[in-house]
Design a protein around this ligand. Sequence first.
Ligand code: FES
Ligand SMILES: [Fe+2]
Length: 464
Amino acid sequence: MTRCGPGARAFSAQEIAGWYDADQGLIDKRIYVDPDIYELELERVFARAWNFMAHDSQIPDTGDYFVSYIGEDSVIVVRDDAGAVQVLLNTCAHRGNVVCRAEMGNTHSFQCTYHGWNFSLDGRLAAVPGSDPFYRGKLDRSRWGLAKAAKVESYKGFHFATMDPDAPPLADYLGEVGRIGIDQMAVHGELEAVDGVQKNLIDCNWKIAVDNLYDWYHVNVSHRSAMRVGFVNASVMQPMQQMVMLGEYGHAISGPGISEEQQQVIDGLPDAERARLDALSFEARAELAPRITERRPLRPKAVKAVMGPVGVRAMGHPNIFPNLWISTRALQLSLRIPRGPLQTEVWWFTFMPKHYDAQQRRMAMKFMSHSFGPAGLLEQDDGENWTCSTRAALGRVARRRPQNLQMALGEDQVRLDPSGQRSIETRVNEHAQRWHYRCWADWLKAASWDELKRSKSPVPAGRV
Ligand code: FES
Ligand SMILES: [Fe+2]
C-alpha cells in the first residue's frame, strides 16, 4: 500500500492501475481533483523526476540566482563561487522561512528575514546571529545548511535537478525523445533567455494542461477566433500529416510531421540552395516552406545529424515528463507547476538566438507574446477549457463517467527506421496523451527509482 502526505489515504497498486484503462483509453476523472492522489504525485513524480530549473543565460555569473519549484518545493538555482550550479531548498533550516524572496537577481549570500541565519551560495550555514551569547557556541553550523537537490545536471545549457539520489543520469532520463525535444531549441544556435518569466495561475489540474499540449484536435474549434482574425492559419494549426514519437518515462513529441518523401525533396536541394535557406530567419524559412512542407519551416541542414533521420521530421510539441513543454518555434519553454489539484501555475520562458537582428527579434517576440502567456490569444482559449474540465471532475455524477482518450486507439503502427528511431505517422490522434497517462500511472505505482526502471512500460512497438 502507498501512503503519502499527512493523513493521506493509502492506495494499492491495483487501485492506481484502475485510474487509467490503457486498453480502453479511459481515465477516472478523480485523478484531477483527489487531494490524496495529488500528494502521491508530489512524492512519486515531482520529488523523483528531473525537473527543469533554468537556462545558462539566466545565471551566467557568480551569485546569479533564479527561484523555481520542484512540485510545491521552492528552490533557488544559483551559480556558486566555484562556478557550479547549485539547487538549494528555499527553506531556512531554522524554522522554515524562505531565505530568498526575489524571483531572480545576484547576491553574495542568502539571509533569512526571520532571525537572520545567513547561507553561502553553496548552501552552507555561514553565520548565525547570537551564535556565542545565545547559542553559547553550541550550534553545530555544519549540520544546519540548506537542503540541496540530490543531483544537478545540464543538457545543452538547460539545467535540471532531481531530489532523488537514485535517479538515472539526466541524459539517460531524457533518452532520445527528450534530447530531440531540447535539441529543437538548441539548434537555433546560442540562446539567451529574455528577461522576465511570464507567470499565470489557471484553475485547472496540471495534467489537463499537459495533455492539451499534444492535442491537435481542439485547435480548429477552441482557437477559431484566432483564425478568424488571421492570427493563425487552419492548415498550420491542424495539418492532416501528424507524427508522434514516444520516449521512455513518459516523454513524447506529437503534432505535425514532414513525410519521408518531403524530407527527400529537402535533402535533394543543391548545397548552394540549402546554404541560402539555412541563413534565413525562421519567418523567412516558414514563408518558403509551403511548396515543400505545407508551411512547416525547413530545419537547417546540420540538424539532421543531431536529431536523426526521423527526429528531424518531427515538428510537433515535445514534453519532457512530467511538465516541461518545448513550445511553438522551439523558442519558448512552458512549465506547468502544480499548485494543489485544482490549480496550475503556467510559466513561460522565452529565448532569442543571439544571432537574430533587431527585426527578427521583434517579429519573434510579437508572435510569441501574442500566442501564449497571460495575454496570449491561444492560452486564454485553452485555460477556460482546462478550468471547466477540471471543475467538472468535482461533480459526483459527472465523475461516474470516465474521460475519453480513444482517438485512433489500435489504429496505427509504430514504424521502426533503420536508424533505430521510432515514429507513428498518421492523422490527428491521441497516442501521446495515452502514453503520458500510462507512464504517469507507472510512476505512481513504483515505490523507488529501481522499481520504476524495472516496471515501467516499454516504449510501444507494433500496433498502438
Ligand atoms: S527561520 Fe530562518 S533564521 Fe529563523
Ligand atoms: Fe490550444
